[in-house]
Design a protein around this ligand. Structure first.
Ligand code: TXA
Ligand code: MG
Length: 315
């Protein structure tokens, strides 16, 4: 069973020994391992049951260190990094040979980010290697946003969970690459497209199936609860059968008698993102037979929330 604690030295030692540690970030918890050690990276894939064609993000704590892992870091990429790191942004940059091919599933680009979480930044500062860290959930399930979420699913497979409390942002980072110098969003996430465009101009948002460049369309179900999950209109939610669990965006006029969660009483998309995965887990572990949810408005993080709802419904 995993030890849950805040001991950075213990976590650093376990990682230096090649084992895995779950790390808190502002987005979701990551399953961290030494990105420069092939055996550690392989055990990340095995622990998550993740297919080898789905590449990992590496995490570090300074712009200077990023330069050790990539061959080119300037222009729009540098401008975004300076504007938003530490923060919920991942950049696709051309990798140096020091990054093993297993990290990038053989691609020439490596995904890099500096996460915004004090404990993890301190941990990264003590390490002489970057951490490869996918979300710390079994492949395809809802991402964890607390140490307890990690423990519930991977606790028997990892040595240590660094407990940094609840994740502030609550959904994964926004992944940005550059296709012929056009900023391109590979995955919608915790940094709004509007914020990115304010720094680098118009961005091209790829359809979600292409977030996995080597297997477009293969991952139609992602972030998925175990119960059947459907997207419905606000009116349908209010009239859901009694055994359906209901996820409202904002407080409805009348509350149904069903098992219910409201993502944000005031209709704030940031608060909704923060609550999304916790509420999905709660509804998924409830007695309900299925889950119905409604889309959020399409401003700010609402677009990224809807992307996750769509994937949960395998749309
Ligand atoms: O917020 C986050 O990004 C969290 C925390 C732990 O940092 N991490 C995370 O990792 O969500 P993961 O592995 O669950 O999702 C990483 C995504 C995958 O969809 C993968 O296909 C994409 O990043 N990715 C990684 N490297 C890539 C590359 N070289 N080209 C295109 N996509 C890449
Ligand atoms: Mg993930």
């Amino acid at each position: 069973m995993a030890t849950i604690g805040k001991d950075i030295q213990a976590a650093a030692q376990i990682l230096a020994d090649g084992q895995l540690v779950a790390i808190p970030t502002e987005t979701v918890y990551g399953l961290g391992g030494n990105a420069l050690n092939r055996a550690s990276v392989l055990s990340i894939f095995e622990t998550k049951n993740r297919p080898a064609f789905d590449p990992l993000i590496i995490h570090t704590d300074s712009l200077e260190k990023v330069g050790h892992f990539v061959t080119k870091f300037d222009g729009m990429a540098k401008a975004l990094a300076e504007a938003f790191w530490p923060g919920p942004l991942t950049l696709l940059l051309p990798k140096r040979d020091i990054i093993p091919d297993i990290v990038t599933s053989g691609l020439d680009m490596v995904a890099v980010r500096i996460p915004d979480h004090a404990l993890t930044l301190e941990l990264l500062g003590t390490l002489d290697f970057p951490l490869a860290a996918p979300s710390a959930n079994p492949f395809g399930y809802i991402s964890p946003v607390s140490a307890a979420h990690v423990d519930a699913q991977l606790g028997d497979k990892i040595a240590y969970i660094l407990d940094g409390g609840e994740c502030n942002v609550g959904i994964e980072s926004t992944i940005v690459g550059f296709v012929e110098d056009v900023p391109t969003i590979y995955r919608l996430g915790g940094l709004a497209v509007e914020d990115i465009e304010a720094v680098v101009g118009k961005a091209n948002v790829l359809p979600h199936s292409t977030s996995n460049p080597q297997a477009p369309g293969m991952l139609k179900s992602h972030y998925a609860p175990r119960k059947p999950f459907f997207i419905k209109s606000a009116d349908e939610l209010l009239h859901a059968p009694a055994d359906v669990a209901v996820l409202f965006f904002t407080k409805p006029e009348a509350l149904s008698t069903n098992i219910t969660r409201v993502l944000s009483d005031t209709g704030d998309v940031r608060e909704a993102a923060h609550n999304l995965f916790t509420y999905l887990r709660e509804l998924d572990t409830s007695d309900a037979s299925e889950i119905w949810a409604e889309y959020t408005p399409v401003n700010g993080l609402g677009v990224a929330i809807n992307d996750r709802l769509k994937r949960a419904a395998a749309l």
